[in-house]
Design a protein around this ligand. Structure first.
Ligand SMILES: NC(=O)c1ccc[n+]([C@@H]2O[C@H](COP(=O)([O-])OP(=O)(O)OC[C@H]3O[C@@H](n4cnc5c(N)ncnc54)[C@H](O)[C@@H]3O)[C@@H](O)[C@H]2O)c1
Length: 336
């Protein structure tokens, strides 16, 4: 028998802030860069997100990974997103993580995966800004004032010395509420923009994190030296941005060819692996260049990697939860 720890969202929230999350995600990218990660492509169960049946407007992803080096842990995240959940007061995203001991497969923990998903996604944008944004970047435009809009703002504020954040949303009241909350929390001016154009024009960093599937950012709004990060699960940028930017960067080519901003362009054969300047892990370990001058326009498509969930959960488990008093249940792994 082994005792499987049950780790709640509150337990995770108590030990994981944005600064820590950025460190943990960067460490997972380093492991990727040293070829110490196994991460098969996500499997999607589509229950109405892009099909008519069943008509539930949602989908699930199964995201397994093994992270080697001193993290040395396996696991899987089962994560879902449902378009109409907000009408029922339920978050768009939910998820659970199973952590396995790397040598025996025994389950170590069953852990909330929703907060880890939320915070590691923001943290991935933070790591991307660290390597791709101009050093003097100070104005950020965010489109999408939901959970991820907030997480991305927190992450960018950790890595850049910001003067202003502008937030736009198809629901102006959501943009206003987000701006008000973040102004108080981050101690810098965060204002609701009246349009996507107002959020983007003149911004050093532009981030899209909506549930839309349409171009929200036009190429002509970008200034020289801009960094544009797309994190939503579908298209959010004018296709001219990934097609003509100076550097197109992804977190993982395999994952981006499966879902997200680049999917249509990949299916049409207009973007192939040859168009990708680098994957983020190669930039983090110095195998590829990040930003090289203040003029280049860099587009980053950060679709999310299961390794960042399992790596974050595994590092927290080893550092904090393995020795903590938590509810547990006995799991039968072997019987004569
Ligand atoms: N890249 C990753 O690793 C990763 C991880 C988690 C979630 N996501 C994705 O991020 C996106 C946002 O997730 P969330 O949890 O913040 O959702 P959310 O529902 O909390 O927020 C989405 C926001 O987008 C706004 N929106 C919808 N359509 C819009 C449009 N056309 N123009 C402007 N704003 C619009 C909504 O009003 C809402 O405020 C989703 O696509 C989700 O799948 C990506």
């Amino acid at each position: 028998m082994n005792n499987v720890k049950l780790i709640s969202k509150k337990d995770v929230q108590e030990v994981l802030d944005m600064e820590k999350s950025i460190q943990l995600v960067e460490k997972v990218y380093e492991a990727h860069g040293r070829d110490q990660v196994l991460m098969p492509a996500k499997i999607t169960l589509d229950t109405g997100e892009s099909n008519d049946w069943p008509p539930y407007g949602g989908s699930y992803n199964a995201m397994p990974a093994y992270i080697g080096g001193d993290v040395d842990i396996s696991g899987i995240k089962w994560v879902w997103g449902f378009n109409d959940n907000y009408k029922k007061g339920i978050p768009y995203i939910g998820g659970v993580i199973i952590l396995n001991e790397a040598r025996t497969g025994e389950i170590l923990a069953i852990m909330d995966g929703s907060f880890i998903t939320d915070i590691r996604t923001g943290a991935s944008a933070g790591v991307a800004c660290k390597y791709l944004a101009r050093k003097d970047a100070s104005v950020v435009g965010i489109i999408g004032a939901g959970v991820q809009g907030r997480m991305n703002a927190r992450a960018v504020a950790q890595v850049l010395d910001l003067k202003e954040i502008r937030v736009a949303d198809i629901r102006p009241e959501a943009a206003r509420a987000c701006a008000e909350e973040l102004t108080a929390e981050l101690g810098l001016p965060v204002r609701a923009a009246a349009s996507n154009q107002e959020a983007c024009e003149g911004a050093d960093v532009i981030i899209t994190v909506t549930i839309a599937d349409e171009p929200l950012v036009k190429k002509e709004w970008l200034k020289k030296g801009a960094t544009v990060l797309s994190l939503g699960s579908f298209q959010e940028l004018d296709e001219e941005i990934p097609l003509t930017c100076d550097k197109l960067v992804v977190d993982s080519w395999a994952q981006n060819a499966h879902r997200g901003e680049l999917l249509k362009l990949v299916h049409e054969g207009r973007i192939t692996e040859n168009n990708i300047h680098a994957e983020m892990p190669d930039i983090v370990v110095g195998r590829k260049t990040g930003r090289e001058n203040d003029e280049e326009i860099i587009c980053g498509c950060i679709i999310g990697m299961g390794s960042t969930d399992i790596g974050t959960a595994g590092q927290l488990y080893k550092e904090v939860f393995a020795g903590a008093e938590l509810p547990a249940f006995a799991f039968r792994t072997y019987e004569k």
